[in-house]
Design a binder for this molecule. Sequence first.
Ligand code: DAH
Length: 332
Amino acid sequence: MDMDLDAHLTDAAAAVADASDLDALSVVDTDLLGKKSLLATVRSQLGEMEPDRRKEVGRRVNEVRTGIERLVAQRRAELAAGARAGVLEAERLDLTEFDLGRRLGHRHVVTQTWERLEDLFVGMGYTVAEGPEIEDEWHNFGALNFPPDHPARDMYDTLYVDYGEPQSTLLRTHTSPVQIRVMEEQEPPIYSIMPGRVFRSDTADSTHMPVFHQIEGLVVDRGITFGDLAGTLEAFTTAYFGSGFTSRLRPSYFPFTEPSAEFDIRRPDGSWLELAGCGMVHPNVLASCGLDPEEWSGFAFGFGLDRLALMRHGIDDLRELFRNDHRFLEQF
Ligand code: DAH
């Protein structure tokens, strides 16, 4: 019996080494260690043996079992590594490949939209400002007149960063905090736009992405009125979309503007599309930035930049902008 077990271990080692893939190995594993294996049979016979012999054979069965288990585990690791290498090889991309004339890089359709908007507003006398993507609670909410625990904070599915006090640091949910940074840093008159990337805990679908882009506008000067806001957005509409388009403002609510409005454009086919939020900068926001609301007034607006890109090019799924499929991007 002892000799049988030694021979069995040798045979087992050969069978394990012969298994050429993970499926074959699991068959060998069952043969050698399963309920119908030689080891299981010997073990079931232990009860019939003399005590001394039972002890001796029992010990040997366990040793052989451990030995086989080790061999199987080793072989499994080898085969898994090989399988992984095979997958990597099969999925290999030649990143140096390029096909002159057809695959030359160009700016992404979102970047093109971003730059077009900058050009347009710079042409109207605006400067371009940027702010950090990781923000503090004060700039993203507090200074924008969202009181602590105010339900309006729930409009934004905020992604918090594990840094400092709980909920004190976050990925900015909109570009509006850059308004605050601009007002903190410079004296009015301010005529600025602030394009950038923003983040919300949203599931990706054809109209939502957890990462997207906005472009914020801020004007602060003496004697700015709602009429200036409406006129600016109307001028923007014809400049960006063409003369067949007009716009309208609908009452809305944002904590940082009063009054607040939604900005819609009317397409040549008569349909309306919501493009931005806007309004007159709330006196509390001016005061948070050390500006006297009796002296200064202003307006602000925030566009969904990706939506402008989709609109302009007749793309119907926002996710296409982030998939980075060359066959798609080449078209723009
Ligand atoms: N920050 C708002 C949002 O992300 C958009 C917005 C609304 C920006 C009104 C503004 C504004 O500047 O005045 O939903």
